[in-house]
Write a protein that binds this ligand. Structure first.
Ligand SMILES: [Zn+2]
Length: 355
C-alpha cells in the first residue's frame, strides 16, 4: 500500500482491527482492517468507504456527540456560566496566533451543536461564522447561536465559493472522519479557503497505533488515524507554515482500553441487531440507554417548561445561570485541566498552521 500522506510504499503494513463499539455502526467496520504506514505513522481504513453510504450514516444514523446532545435534550439550555473546557483551551491556544476581531471570518468543519461557537460568543466574538455540518439535528442549535450553515459535504468543490476569504478555519475532531483517499483533497480545500496569513486550527486524536496500541484509538467510525509526524507531513505537502504542533489531554500510555472493553463486554454492551436494509449494526444497549436518558431529559425539560410558564423563561434561565455560577469550579482549577497541558504523548494532537 502506498501511503496517501508521505507517498512511501509499504509492502507488509501492520494490520489492526476496529475496537468493539457501543454505538450503531456500518457492517463494513467489522470487515475492514486498519493499516499503518511504517514511515510516517499514518493509519487508514484499508479501503475508502463509499461516500453515499457514509453520508447516509452521518446524516441519519451516526450516534456521535452532536446527535446524543440533541436527541436527549430537545432545547439548548446553555447559559453564560456554561463552560466547554475543550473549546476554551483551544481558543486560548488559537489567540496566541490570531487576533480574533469582529471583522474576522471563521469557518468550522464539523461543528456539531456549536460548542466552539458558544465559547467564541463568550469571548464577545461578533464576526461572521459559518459551519459545515452534515447532521441536521445540530442545525437549530447552530442557528440559534447566530451561525450560518453550509449543508454540503466539505470537499474541494464546496470550498471554492469561500476562496481566499477565511481568517480562521477550525477542524476539531473531524479530519479523522474523512476517507484516507480524500485527506489530501481536504488539505487543498483548507488552503484554498484561507486568506493569506489565515490560520488553520486542527485537532485530531493522537492515534499512532504502533506507539499507543491500548489507548482505544481504533474507534468506529474513524477512517484516518494521525500521528504527529503524519499531520506535519500533510501540512508540508501544502506548503503551509506549521506554527504549533503538540498534544494535550490525558496520557495515551496510561490508558487501558482492553480492560475497559472486557468490562463493557461483561455488561452486554456489544450486542448488535442487524438492519439488513442498510447494512447497519444496531447496538441494543445503546438504544436502551438512550431511551432511558431521553425520558429523563424530557421530564427535566417538562419541569423547566412549567417553571417557564410560571415565572417566565428569562427569570428561569437567570436562575439556571446563577446555579451554574455557584457550581462553577474556581478558574485556577479549570486551567489545571489536562486540556491545558501539552506533551507529544497526550491524547489529542493540536496543530496551528498559517497560509
Ligand atoms: Zn506515510
Amino acid at each position: 500500500m502506498k501511503c496517501p500522506i508521505c507517498s512511501v510504499e509499504n509492502n507488509h503494513p501492520e494490520l489492526y482491527s476496529y475496537s468493539p463499539t457501543t454505538i450503531d455502526k456500518l457492517k463494513l467496520f467489522d470487515e475492514r482492517s486498519i493499516v499503518q504506514c511504517k514511515s510516517c505513522g499514518f493509519g487508514m481504513i484499508e479501503k475508502d468507504v463509499d461516500p453515499d453510504i457514509l453520508q447516509n450514516y452521518y446524516t441519519s444514523e451516526y450516534s456521535g456527540k452532536a446527535k446524543k446532545q440533541v436527541e436527549t435534550k430537545n432545547t439548548d439550555n446553555r447559559t453564560s456560566y456554561s463552560t466547554d473546557i475543550r473549546s476554551l483551551s483551544q481558543l486560548t491556544l488559537i489567540r496566541q496566533y490570531i487576533d480574533i476581531t469582529s471583522d474576522s471570518t471563521i469557518v468550522e468543519i464539523g461543528a456539531g451543536t456549536g460548542n466552539f461557537l458558544f465559547s467564541l460568543k463568550q469571548v464577545k466574538y461578533k464576526g461572521k461564522y459559518i459551519a459545515f455540518e452534515p447532521q441536521e439535528q445540530a442545525h437549530e442549535c447552530l442557528r440559534n447561536l447566530g451561525g450560518e450553515i453550509e449543508k454540503s459535504i466539505f470537499n474541494y468543490q464546496s470550498a471554492i465559493k469561500f476562496k481566499d476569504s477565511v481568517d480562521l478555519l477550525i477542524m476539531s475532531h473531524s479530519l479523522e472522519h474523512f476517507n484516507p483517499g480524500e485527506i489530501k483533497d481536504i488539505g487543498g480545500a483548507v488552503k484554498l479557503m484561507l486568506k493569506k496569513n489565515g490560520i488553520f486550527f486542527c485537532e485530531v486524536p493522537n492515534a499512532n497505533l504502533e506507539l499507543y496500541p491500548n489507548a482505544g484509538e481504533r474507534v468506529v467510525p474513524h477512517l484516518s488515524f494521525f500521528s504527529i509526524e503524519s499531520l506535519k507531513v500533510l501540512l508540508q505537502n501544502f506548503e503551509m507554515n506549521i506554527e504549533f504542533i503538540n498534544a494535550c489531554g490525558n496520557k495515551q500510555l496510561e490508558k487501558n482500553t482492553s480492560q475497559k472493553i472486557e468490562e463493557l463486554d461483561k455488561k452486554g454492551y456489544f450486542i448488535f441487531d442487524v438492519d439488513q436494509k442498510n447494512n447497519i449494526l444496531r447496538n441494543r444497549k445503546y438504544h436502551e440507554d438512550m431511551a432511558i436518558e431521553s425520558n429523563r431529559q424530557k421530564k427535566r425539560q417538562l419541569f423547566l417548561n412549567v417553571l417557564f410558564k410560571l415565572f417566565g423563561k428569562k427569570m428561569v434561565m437567570s436562575l439556571l445561570d446563577f446555579i451554574r455560577k455557584c457550581q462553577q469550579r474556581p478558574q485556577t482549577l479549570m486551567i489545571s485541566d489536562s486540556q491545558f497541558s501539552y506533551d507529544p504523548s497526550r491524547e489529542f494532537i493540536r496543530l496551528i498552521a498559517r497560509k
